[in-house]
Design a protein around this ligand. Structure first.
Ligand code: FAD
Length: 390
C-alpha cells in the first residue's frame, strides 16, 4: 500500500511553494555553502529554517502536522535544493524515510506520538539499516533484539547512518529471530531514540556530502519498551524497511537531477565568460558538444524522475520506474559534474569554484538507496516479471 497515493496539490500552491524554496536557496543557502562545505560544519541555522519551511514534514500527512505533499512536488523541491547544495537535502530526506515507515506501518498510537514531533522538526532522525558487514545484503545483518518482559534489549553496531550525530531518533533494523529461514522473516524495525545504551562511536570522514553527519552507532544492552516495535509485530522489519524504497529512490533521483542541472548551469555560465583564441569557449565546437550532451542528460533525468513520481502519486507500483530514474539521474549527476569540471579547466580543480563540490557529491547518488548495480538488476527482474504478466 502506498500511503502517499492520490495526493494532489493546487498548481498555484505548488508554484508558490517552489518559489519560496528558490528564494530560500538563493538568499540563505548559496551564500554560505562553500564555507560550510569546506569546514564540514553542520549548518544549524539552515536546519532551523528548514523546520520553519516545513521540510521535516514535507511528505508527512497533514493530519499529523506535515505538508502532505505528493511525490511529484517533493521531487521538484529536492531538485531545486540539490542544484545548489545536495548535502542538506539529506538532513530532511533520511528523516522523512523514518517518518514514512511510522506513517505506513506504525500503530495509530505510534503515529500520534511520533509524527507531529517529526513533522515539526522538534525531533529529527533517519534510517539505520547498514552495518559494517551488511549493506546491499541487508538480510545478513547481525544486530539483535531480544524480548525481555515488556521491553526489548538490543545489541550491535550500525554504520554510515545519516544524521547519526545530530539526529534524535532512528528506524532501526534488527534481527528478532536470527535463526529464521528465510532470513527476512526474522527481522524487525524499531523506533530507536537516544537513551542509555545508544552511543555514537565515530563520525565518518567522507569525500563529499559534507556538513551532514554520517556516523557509526553502537547499541549496548539498549533497552526500549515493546511499544517501540513498529506496528508492534515482529518479523515485518525487512518489508517495512524496504517499503519506503520507491519514494527513497525518487528522492535520490531528484538529488541526481539537481546536481546534473547545477553542473550544467555552472558550465554554461563559465563557457560564456571564459575566452580562448579570441572568443568565448562556448563557441568552440568541442565545448558545444559537451553542453549539448549535458543538457540532454539533465532533461532526460528530470523527465524519468517526474514520470516515476507521477506514477507513484497515482498509486502505481514503481519499483522499475523509480529504479530507472535513480540509476539514470545519478549517473547523469556523475557525468555532468565531471564534464562541467573539465569545461572549467584548471579552475574546475580549484576549491574557489563550486563545481568541485558537485564533483565530490555526485558519486553518493550512485550508492545510496541501493547501488546502481542493484538498480539495473531490479529493472531487469521487473522487465521479465512484467513480460510474464506477474
Ligand atoms: C554518505 C553515505 C550515507 C549513507 N547513509 C545511510 C543511512 O542513512 N542509513 C543506512 O542504513 N545506510 C546508509 N548508507 C549506506 C548505504 O546504503 C550502503 O553503502 C549501500 O547500501 C551499499 O552497501 P555497502 O556499502 O555495504 O556495499 P556492498 O553491499 O558491500 O557492495 C559492494 C559492491 O558490490 C556490489 N554488489 C553487492 N551485491 C551485489 C549483487 N548481488 N549483485 C551485483 N553487485 C552487487 C555493489 O553494487 C557494490 O558495487 C550510506 C552510505 C554513504 C556512503
Amino acid at each position: 500500500m502506498n500511503t502517499l497515493a492520490n495526493r494532489a496539490i493546487d498548481p498555484q500552491d505548488e508554484e508558490a511553494l517552489l518559489d519560496m524554496i528558490s528564494k530560500w536557496v538563493e538568499g540563505e543557502v548559496r551564500p554560505i555553502v562553500k564555507q560550510y562545505d569546506h569546514a564540514d560544519e553542520w549548518p544549524a541555522h539552515l536546519v532551523d529554517q528548514m523546520a520553519e519551511l516545513g521540510l521535516f514534514g514535507a511528505t508527512v500527512g497533514q493530519e499529523y502536522g506535515g505538508l502532505g505533499l505528493p511525490a511529484s512536488t517533493y521531487a521538484k523541491l529536492v531538485m531545486k535544493i540539490s542544484a545548489a547544495w545536495m548535502s542538506i537535502t539529506g538532513i530532511f530526506n533520511s528523516h522523512l524515510m523514518l517518518a514514512l515507515a511510522i506513517e505506513k506501518f506504525g500503530t495509530q498510537a505510534q503515529k500520534e506520538l511520533w509524527l507531529p514531533k517529526l513533522a515539526s522538526g522538534e525531533l529529527r532522525g533517519g534510517l539505520a539499516l547498514t552495518e559494517p558487514d551488511a549493506g546491499t545484503d541487508l538480510q545478513g545483518l547481525r544486530m539483535t533484539a531480544r524480548r525481555d518482559g515488556d521491553d526489548y534489549v538490543i545489541n550491535g553496531t550500525k554504520t554510515w547512518i545519516t544524521n547519526g550525530i545530530n539526529g534524535h531518533v532512528f528506524a532501526l533494523l534488527v534481527k528478532t529471530d536470527p535463526a529464521a529461514n528465510p532470513r527476512h522473516k526474522g527481522m524487525s524495525l524499531f523506533i530507536a531514540d537516544k537513551r542509555e545504551g545508544f552511543s555514537v562511536s565515530r563520525k565518518l570522514e567522507k569525500l563529499g556530502y559534507k556538513a551532514i553527519d554520517s556516523a557509526e552507532m553502537v547499541f549496548e544492552d539498549y533497552r526500549v519498551p515493546a511499544s517501540h516495535l513498529i506496528g508492534e509485530v515482529e518479523g515485518q522489519g525487512f518489508y517495512q524497511a524496504t517499503g519506503g524504497l520507491e519514494l527513497g529512490r525518487i528522492n535520490v533521483a531528484s538529488r541526481g537531477v539537481g546536481i546534473a542541472e547545477g553542473a550544467l548551469q555552472l558550465a554554461l555560465d563559465y563557457a560564456q565568460m571564459r575566452k580562448t583564441f579570441g572568443k568565448p569557449i562556448s563557441e568552440h565546437q568541442a565545448i558545444q558538444l559537451k553542453l549539448g550532451e549535458m543538457a540532454t542528460r539533465a532533461q532526460a533525468a528530470r523527465l524519468l524522475t517526474l514520470d516515476a513520481a507521477a506514477r507513484f502519486d497515482r498509486g502505481e507500483r514503481v519499483d522499475m520506474e523509480a529504479g530507472m530514474a535513480k540509476y539514470f539521474a545519478s549517473e547523469a549527476a556523475l557525468e555532468n559534474s565531471t564534464e562541467s569540471m573539465r569545461i572549467h579547466g584548471a579552475y574546475g580543480y580549484s576549491k574557489e569554484y563550486d563545481i568541485e563540490r558537485l564533483y565530490r557529491d555526485a558519486p553518493l547518488t550512485c550508492i545510496g538507496e541501493g547501488t546502481n548495480e542493484m538498480q539495473r538488476i531490479i529493472i531487469s527482474k521487473q522487465l521479465v516479471a512484467r513480460s510474464q504478466g506477474r
